[in-house]
Design a protein around this ligand. Structure first.
Ligand code: PMP
Length: 361
């Protein structure tokens, strides 16, 4: 049988492993931080109408500039942003890839702070950008002093900050982002995939964009908008940044179907976001209930919780799977991550976990 190593593959891809969250058919899937509420039926019908209309002109290439979608996204974000500030792609993973293609690449480097979203380092490798690891403070925090110290130590071309951070749920102060910006001449990329789940009133890095042309704030419709299957991510930045991204995107990268679906969904933003408060309540319930079962959850500003105190993470993960509950083992010692689901799913998870006897003594 031919293996990867038999192929004339790029040397820097040899030995790498692809992104690999297990996909299993289970009753309770709380493993990839989706919004398990699904979308309201009336919104679904509106999306179908929008997509049906797009199909009538599907023999033509879509609007390469996805202008309507960018206007809608700017309107959703607020902060006086306009379409010129917005970029979008097939999931924020592709947005991140565009940023690395334009500002990273061979001979360039990016600073990240593990444990963090695994695709950041995978996309760095795929674009030939060197991934450099910075150290966090205790409790996964990153203070302004720490971010400056790590930037000055590593001197990379890009700095990736994930706020709130996946997989730990840790929030980040605006002071840290400002300090990072001032300490580097490179691009500061803030991944805000989980911004809508932050405590009410927590300011977004979007508030820092004015006057900071090297700051990029990325978002996704996958989480708060329950739109993971549609693949729509976006960013806000100075118009010069979006001009740079035009150099690396594939022409017509956002299909007419994707654009129509996202535009229809954004027309119902309030309704689409109605589940966010429920999900935050279930996350807060996990933070209260997990200690009662002997585990130690980390504070979370996202739609998931990382909890420590697991004697044998793989065994507990398997015990839960045997009960039709899928969560995530990220290889963090004595820890597992669970997404906040519906009330019923959270109940099922807690009931299954209490039967596993998996906490450290
Ligand atoms: N950023 C972070 C921090 C994430 O956790 C995820 C999804 N797990 C993404 C980006 C990618 O989201 P998508 O490509 O679905 O927009």
């Amino acid at each position: 049988m031919t293996s990867l190593d038999d192929l004339p593959i790029r040397d820097d891809l040899r030995g790498l492993t692809p992104y690999g969250a297990p996909q299993r058919k289970v009753k309770v899937a709380l493993n990839v931080n989706e919004n398990s509420h699904g979308i309201p039926e009336d919104v679904a019908h509106d999306i179908v109408r929008g997509v049906a209309e797009a199909i009538l002109t599907i023999h033509r290439y879509p609007d390469r500039e996805f202008t309507d979608l960018r206007e809608r996204l700017a309107g959703y974000l607020g902060h006086d942003l306009t379409a010129e500030n917005i970029w979008a792609a097939n999931g924020s993973n592709e947005v991140t890839q565009h940023v690395l293609q334009a500002f990273g690449g061979p001979g360039r480097s990016v600073l990240g702070f593990p444990p963090t979203y695994s695709m950041h380092s995978i996309l760095s490798a795929a674009t030939g950008t060197q991934w450099v690891e910075g150290a966090r403070d205790p409790g996964f925090e990153i203070s302004p002093e720490t971010v400056v110290r790590e930037i000055e130590r590593t001197r990379t071309d890009l700095v990736f900050l994930c706020a709130p951070n996946n997989p730990t749920g840790t929030g980040m102060s605006l002071e840290t982002i400002e300090a990072a910006y001032d300490a580097t001449d490179g691009i500061v990329f803030v991944d805000e995939a989980y911004a809508e789940f932050m405590p009410t009133g927590t300011p977004s890095a979007l508030t820092l964009l004015e006057g900071r042309p090297r700051l990029v704030v990325s978002r996704t419709m996958s989480k708060a908008f329950a739109f993971a299957g549609a693949r729509v991510g976006y960013l806000a930045a100075d118009p010069a940044v979006t001009d740079a991204l035009r150099l690396v995107r594939l022409p017509y990268h956002l299909s007419a179907i994707t654009q129509a679906a996202a535009i229809a969904a954004l027309g119902h933003a309030t309704e689409m976001l109605a589940m966010v408060d429920d999900i935050k309540a279930q996350r807060d319930r996990l933070l209260v209930e997990l200690p009662r079962l002997g585990y130690s959850p980390w504070p979370s500003q996202a739609n998931f919780v990382l909890f420590a105190g697991v004697a044998d993470p793989h065994r507990t993960w398997q015990d839960l799977l045997d009960q039709d509950v899928l969560i995530r083992d990220l290889g963090i010692p004595n820890s597992l991550r669970v997404s906040a689901g519906t009330e019923a799913e959270t109940t099922a998870f807690l009931a299954a976990l209490s039967g596993t006897d998996g906490a450290l003594p």
